[in-house]
Design a protein around this ligand. Structure first.
Ligand code: ZN
Length: 233
């Protein structure tokens, strides 16, 4: 869906200006919230992948993926609040949300089932699952968006991928893919996308993914793209 790109830029630039100039101040929240047409029908469920004992991938600097996921997700949560959306997060601290299990793999499965339960018990929700990629070839780079098997998720993924490629990774070649073998994404009843924000195995990209400025740019692109899509549906 290509319509209304002008608004997307307007959202993006407004949000960027607010974040960069005024950080997360309360005056900025009021100014933006009062000036934008808001879509309040959806509860945005933000899912920072992994957590606690399950750190996910390990970056080339030795840090756990779960920490990058959480930091970016918290920024995304703030941004959606700024835009007037109701939000929920599957976790807000560096923890696993398992309820049963003795071994790590049992706890991981319990954790995923809890995330599915939260998604399926939340009305009118859209799941944004935040992860970081990892690959043996340290040259691999760029954000990539995976979608649940339905038209809504696929269309949203397409918009997100286009904007991420144009604004975050110019010259990049990543394309959307349907999720394959991702328990959470294959058991939720709501639409959802999983965003691999970049490669922790690429030293240059890992440094960017750790930087507050890059994180803010990333969440601005995600927030503006999602908001634009929801306001047109
Ligand atoms: Zn992950």
């Amino acid at each position: 869906m290509k319509k209304g790109r002008g608004w997307l830029w307007f959202y993006g630039l407004t949000i960027a200006a607010v974040l960069l100039a005024a950080d997360w101040g309360s005056r900025a929240v009021t100014a933006v919230a009062e000036s934008q047409p808001l879509s309040r029908r959806y509860c945005i469920l933000i899912d920072p992948g992994h957590g606690g004992e399950d750190g996910g991938a390990i970056s080339c600097t030795g840090l756990a993926e779960s920490a990058y996921n959480l930091e970016i997700s918290l920024r995304l949560n703030d941004l959606f609040h700024l835009l007037g959306y109701e939000t929920k997060m599957t976790r807000t601290t560096d923890t696993s949300i398992y309820t049963t299990g003795q071994t790590l793999s049992q706890k991981k499965m319990s954790d995923l089932k809890e995330r599915v339960r939260i998604a399926n018990e939340t009305e009118n929700t859209l799941l944004l699952s935040i992860h970081q990629n990892n690959f043996p070839d340290s040259h691999s780079s760029g954000a990539q968006v995976f979608y649940c098997d339905n038209a809504f998720s696929k269309e949203l993924a397409g918009i997100l991928q286009d904007e991420l490629r144009e604004q975050l990774n110019p010259g990049g070649h990543r394309a959307i893919k349907k999720v394959n073998g991702v328990y959470l994404m294959e058991h939720i009843l709501c639409p959802g996308v999983l965003i691999e924000c970049g490669f922790l195995s690429n030293p240059a990209e890992e440094a960017q993914l750790r930087s507050p400025t890059y994180q803010k740019k990333l969440v601005c692109i995600i927030g503006a793209s999602v908001s634009q899509y929801l306001s047109n549906t």
